[in-house]
Write a protein of this length. Structure first.
Length: 262
């Protein structure tokens, strides 16, 4: 199965946008076409169990992304991942060496050892209780409240509500045999990812993600660390234009040495 996706633009660099676990590819509405207009070929997709892509078979998200790029004839790409999408981007880079030109990781989750803090633990427990009781609406509202920072407007909150509700619709009845499979990616594997990486976290996000950002920045050989003093967990929805500039600046930085070497 090919992931549901959109493409736009042309150019020497393909940029792949990977969404967070409370969103789908619509979270990139503020950046998708603008990146194409800036001279990039841009791909955004719905991972299995999100948006327009059902979880209809056992899968590894990173391998689904590889299959999508094969389908599109893309050999190498710059990956941009938000939260869970950041984890998928890291796993793609580790499992498929040589196919990633750079990483931009926005408040990423990561396959690293981490002990969840009290706020994240309490959230998981509350969400589980609500879902067990069949109160999908309250569980959706809980996610909107936690994951969006103070800069998010009503439109962003409504969109996250829609995307998270859709994810619940797709995921809650998925049989166990169709769930995601372990990737086998370890911290040692991450330490072999030598492409330029920008690791971004938000000052208003949960401490867990700032801690994971610090760990990733130490693990990845060519990582640069940035903290956004205005951001929560989903900066692309909280300040779309500022996040676009961040992405464009990083892509320009990593593209310049390659162009100089040609």
């Amino acid at each position: 199965m090919t992931l549901s996706h959109d493409t736009a633009g042309t150019g020497p660099l393909t940029v792949v946008l990977l969404h967070s676990g409370v969103c789908d590819r619509r979270m990139w509405d503020g950046q998708f076409q603008a990146l194409a207009d800036a001279g990039h070929r841009v791909v955004r997709c719905d991972l299995r169990g999100f948006g327009e892509t059902p979880a209809d078979a056992p899968h590894v998200h990173a391998d689904d992304v590889r299959d999508l790029l094969d389908h599109l004839g893309v050999e190498r790409a710059a990956l941009v991942g938000s939260s869970f999408g950041g984890e998928v981007a890291l796993e793609f880079a580790a499992r498929h060496p040589g196919r990633t030109t750079s990483l931009t990781l926005l408040c990423p989750a990561a396959p690293v050892e981490h002990q969840p803090g009290p706020e994240l633990t309490a959230f998981w427990e509350r969400e589980g209780t609500l879902l067990d009781a069949g109160d999908v609406e309250a569980a959706t509202a809980l996610n909107v409240e936690l994951w969006l920072g103070p800069e998010a407007g009503d439109e962003a909150r409504a969109l996250v509500h829609t995307m998270q509700r859709r994810a619940f619709e797709l995921q809650l009845d998925v049989p166990e045999e169709h769930e995601a499979l372990p990737t086998g990616v370890t911290e040692d594997d991450l330490a072999t990812i030598g492409v330029p990486a920008l690791v971004v976290t938000g000052a208003h996000d949960l401490p867990d993600f700032r801690a994971m950002g610090d760990k990733l920045a130490a693990l990845l050989p060519a990582a640069r660390r940035a903290e956004l003093d205005w951001a929560g967990h989903l900066p692309s929805l909280e300040r779309p234009e500022e996040t676009l500039r961040l992405l464009l600046d990083h892509l320009a930085e990593v593209s310049a040495p390659a162009a100089a070497g040609r």
